[in-house]
Design a protein around this ligand. Structure first.
Ligand SMILES: *Cc1c(COP(=O)(O)O)cnc(C)c1O
Length: 417
């Protein structure tokens, strides 16, 4: 199987234009989407697909979510940008709402996920020098093998993904990478200059890797004992995706700092935040950090609507119930095309039997059968539809995945699929 499919003239033209004028920093599936509604998107030829990627969980609450759109439309007509040089009416309600949702004191507003990560790193270092008393210039942060925290120069400095990192040096020092899921490795890496442990409670890009039960609690205990900040990057795992507001909640663990993004913008705007108590975020004083667009009125209005949506618990419940339905539906395929099914909430990773096809090949088949999903690391396909997906959609997706695996097996045996 190659990366070529027969495209309609309309889709081919759109693909060619992108190939010609966009940097080639992605390898998209050849489908050109025109509109979206709930868990469904429609391409420029009118074909409909179930969106099982949901923009890497940025669209947790569905395409064109009516409540979020209404708020966005109203704010668009009122005020969109002031900069933080002044106060804006939506800013206060958003930071209070998000702080309360997280049960923390304070919020630092940014735009993209990686900016939240960068900001968290800066805050942790400053906290280390000012509060913990780390020697000047010596702060270190412990990070995980297989991590994904974004694409800036500092953040790729501590990635171990070759594509993400190679030829982008010189690299920012001050990071120590240890095995994910291994608390003893963290204990060994911590020293007097350690200011933070930064981790994804579930590693999304690495293939929806769920750490062993008790791991997050062990990290919490180590951080407390050693006066080190536990920073949970819940940019993908949080805001309902993993069956609770945060995956840390599932494990009953409270980190010192949440990093949030993706779904915080309701699939409309990039909105990100660092959330922590005042003894940590309070180290920032005027002029020491900022962002022209961070905390803009449009972002705040949408972000507050997202917070209000999450306060009801409805999305988290859907994630739990529908996620279990999806995983239960797929489990019978283990040994019959799939090697493994794992997940938390509506966030399910399936490992495809490499004898049959690659993850990407399965994504091609799924696309032809009306489901959009994304592979990662060769054999894994992550399934993460918007949380507004219906039971019927889930059942249809399970049936389609089974069909596609059967088709892959048939073509393997040289029979026409
Ligand atoms: C997507 C992601 C980021 C980066 O967010 P961007 O908005 O793409 O900068 C950081 N951490 C995790 C866990 C993510 O999934």
């Amino acid at each position: 199987m190659t990366d070529r499919t027969a495209l309609s003239p309309a889709q081919q033209a759109a693909v060619d234009q992108v190939e010609r004028y966009s940097a080639h920093n992605y390898l998209p599936l050849p489908v050109v989407i025109e509109s979206g509604q709930g868990a469904w998107v429609t391409d420029v030829d009118g074909n409909r697909y179930l969106d099982f990627l949901a923009a890497y969980s940025a669209v947790n609450f569905g395409h064109g979510n009516p409540e979020l759109l209404a708020v966005a439309h109203a704010q668009l007509d009122t005020l969109t940008l002031t900069s933080r040089a002044f106060f804006s009416a939506p800013f206060g309600p958003f930071v209070q709402g998000l702080a309360e949702l997280c049960r923390k004191d304070m919020v630092l507003t940014m735009n993209t996920g990686v900016e939240a990560v960068e900001s968290g790193i800066k805050v942790a270092r400053k906290w280390g020098y000012e509060v913990k008393g780390v020697r000047p210039g010596r702060a270190n942060i412990i990070v995980m093998e297989g991590n994904f925290h974004g694409r800036t120069t500092t953040v790729v400095s501590f990635s171990d993904d070759r594509d993400a990192r190679e030829d982008f040096g010189p690299y920012t020092p001050g990071f120590r990478r240890v095995r994910y899921g291994d608390a003893a490795a963290i204990a060994e890496a911590i020293d007097a200059d350690t200011v933070a442990v930064l981790l994804e409670p579930i590693q999304g890009e690495a293939g929806i890797i769920i750490p062993p039960a008790g791991y997050l609690q062990a990290v919490r205990d180590l951080c407390t004992e050693n006066r080190v900040l536990m920073i949970a990057d819940e940019i993908q795992s949080g805001l309902g995706r993993s069956g609770a507001t945060f995956y840390c909640d599932v494990e009953g663990v409270v980190p010192d700092m949440y990093l949030l993004g993706k779904a915080l913008g309701g699939g409309i705007m990039p909105v990100s935040a660092v959330v922590a108590n005042a003894d940590i975020l309070g180290v920032l004083r005027p002029g020491q950090h900022g962002s022209t667009f961070g905390g803009n009125p449009l972002a705040c209005a949408i972000g507050l609507a997202v917070v209000d949506l999450l306060k009801t618990g409805v999305m988290q419940e859907r994630s739990r119930v529908l996620g279990a339905r999806l995983a239960d539906g797929l489990r019978p395929l283990i040994g019959n095309g799939l090697l493994e099914v794992r997940g938390a909430g509506l966030w399910v990773g399936i490992d495809v039997d490499p004898e049959l096809c690659t993850g990407r090949e399965l994504c091609y088949l799924l696309m032809r059968h009306g489901i959009l999903a994304k592979d990662t690391h060769g054999k894994t396909v992550r399934l993460a539809p918007p949380l507004v997906v219906t039971e019927e959609d889930i059942d249809q997706a399970v049936a389609t995945i089974a069909e596609c695996l059967a088709e892959a097996r048939a073509s393997l045996h040289g029979r026409p699929a």
